[in-house]
Design a protein around this ligand. Structure first.
Ligand code: PAF
Length: 283
């Protein structure tokens, strides 16, 4: 495993790979790696000759400076986890100045409304920060393919829009959500839940499974109010939003239309831990 902190040395290694005609995959992460990230790496290893994993806690995507300060940084542990990978991975772990230069700030993007709904309503400027860092990482690494988890489905669609609008020559690959045994979507935040909370948080997944069943027979509007009532009965979780949305526009729907694909999206708090999840409703 090679670990690069500087763009110039990373790019030298990338040029050597490309000169041999090999394909390059990128798995962007903010560290605090768990099995969900490892499954992204495995997908990249299957699809590409060589794989870069970036580990970078991106300051511009945090709307709250306290969250940025508290974000777990565990490079040594992350490297241990990545050691057992199938391929000799390349790790890119720059500091903020190395990646951003002097100006650590977000570019302003127009993602055609994708950034305004759901997470975008609750996390001001978040997707500008994500777009900025992903673009910088693509420029530094020049991957043929980049791998993102469907757990952050809104982020995935926004990155697809970013590459399409900016004409970036990289294929975006969405990877399925990895779940704990009880169905809870894997996330670094799960570590902050007690064992009991972690068990109870499976309620989110169980509700999404019921929504999927109901979707075939009930209207979107009636499912919305059913979900709100279910969450009200569950004293342990506080629902922030539930939406059934078109996967292309991410706009909330009230009526299903033929030929469109939909997903259900949830954000809920377990104490002060914010959990998100989503599920495809018609594959
Ligand atoms: O999903 C994440 O971990 C981050 O938003 C990403 C894509 C690595 C950008 O910082």
């Amino acid at each position: 495993m090679q670990v690069f902190k500087e763009k110039a040395t990373l790019q030298k290694a990338v040029r050597a790979i490309k000169s041999k005609g090999k394909s390059l995959g990128l798995v962007p992460t903010m560290g605090a790696l768990h099995k969900g990230h490892i499954s992204l790496v495995e997908n990249a290893e299957k699809d590409c000759d060589e794989v870069v994993v970036s580990i970078f806690v991106n300051p511009t995507q945090f709307d709250n400076p306290e969250d940025l300060k508290k974000y777990p940084r565990s490079l040594e542990n992350d490297l241990k986890l990545l050691k057992d990978s199938q391929k000799e991975l390349i790790i890119f772990a720059p500091n903020p100045e190395e990646l951003y230069g002097d100006k650590i700030a977000s570019e302003q993007f127009d993602f055609e409304g994708l950034e305004k709904v759901m997470e975008g309503k609750y996390r001001t400027g978040h997707f500008d920060g994500v777009g900025t860092v992903v673009k910088l990482l693509f420029e530094a690494v020049k991957p043929d393919r980049a791998f993102f988890g469907e757990k952050d489905f809104q982020q995935l669609q926004i990155i697809r829009k970013l590459t399409q609008k900016a004409g970036l020559p990289v294929e975006i690959v969405g990877c399925p959500i990895l779940r704990e045994e009880n169905g809870l979507a894997r996330s670094s935040r799960n570590e902050r839940l007690s064992t009991e909370e972690r068990e109870k948080a499976a309620f989110i997944y169980e509700t999404l499974l019921k929504v999927k069943r109901l979707f075939g027979i009930k209207s979107a509007a009636s499912i919305n109010s059913w979900v709100e009532k279910e969450f009200k009965k569950c004293s342990f979780l506080k629902l922030e939003y539930f939406e059934i949305a078109d996967i292309q526009t991410l706009k909330k729907i009230n009526k299903k239309e033929k030929g469109h694909k939909y997903r259900a999206f949830v954000a809920a708090y377990a104490g002060d831990v914010r959990l998100i999840d989503n599920m495809a409703l018609n594959n």
